[in-house]
Write a protein that binds this ligand. Structure first.
Ligand SMILES: [Zn+2]
Length: 158
C-alpha cells in the first residue's frame, strides 16, 4: 500500500520548515560535495530541497523528515543568502555579484555572462558539485545582470 500525501502535506514537504519558502530539488551529490565533513555524513537517500530565501539560515532540508542543513554546515558562502560581499554568483569560474556590479558601474555592462558561456564550451561546468543550488548558475547570473544594470547602469546604454 502506498501512502499518498494530501495536497497540503505535499506542499509542506516542499516548503522550507523554517521560513516556508518553496524549495528547489537538489541532488544528494550536491549536498555531499558542499557540506563540511561532519554534516555531510548525515546525508541520506532522502529527497532534498534548497531554500533560496535570503534571510533564512536553512540551506537544505529533506522532504521526508526534520533533517536540515544551515549555512554554517557548508564549506562555501551561499551567495543568495549573503548581504555582504563577496557574494559568489558563479561557483565554477569564481565570479561574484560585486564584480558584476563593479563592471556595470564602470562601463554599463558586464562581461561575466559571456565569460561563463565561452568557458562552459571549453572547460565545461561542475555546477552540480560547486553551486549550492546544484544547477547551472547562468540563469541566475543573467537575471542579476539585468537587475544590476537597472540599479547601477548608466541608463540608455546597450
Ligand atoms: Zn528557509
Amino acid at each position: 500500500m502506498t501512502v499518498r500525501l494530501g495536497r497540503g502535506e505535499e506542499r509542506r514537504a516542499k516548503a522550507c520548515p523554517v521560513c516556508g519558502a518553496p524549495g528547489r530539488v537538489v541532488r544528494a551529490e550536491t549536498l555531499r560535495a558542499l557540506l563540511k565533513p561532519e554534516p555531510g555524513e548525515r546525508v541520506t537517500e532522502s529527497r532534498y530541497r534548497f531554500c533560496g530565501a535570503q534571510a533564512c539560515d536553512v540551506v537544505y532540508f529533506s522532504e521526508d523528515g526534520p533533517q536540515r542543513f544551515n549555512r554554517e554546515d557548508l564549506t562555501v558562502r551561499v551567495g543568495v543568502k549573503e548581504t555582504k560581499g563577496p557574494r559568489p554568483i558563479c561557483y565554477c569560474f569564481g565570479h561574484t555579484a560585486e564584480e558584476m556590479i563593479e563592471q556595470i558601474k564602470g562601463t554599463g555592462r558586464t562581461s561575466v555572462p559571456d565569460d561563463i558561456r565561452s568557458r562552459l564550451e571549453t572547460e565545461g561546468c561542475h555546477c552540480e558539485r560547486t553551486n549550492p543550488q546544484g544547477s547551472c548558475c547562468l540563469g541566475v547570473v543573467l537575471a542579476f545582470a539585468e537587475e544590476a544594470a537597472r540599479r547601477f547602469g548608466h541608463g540608455g546604454c546597450s
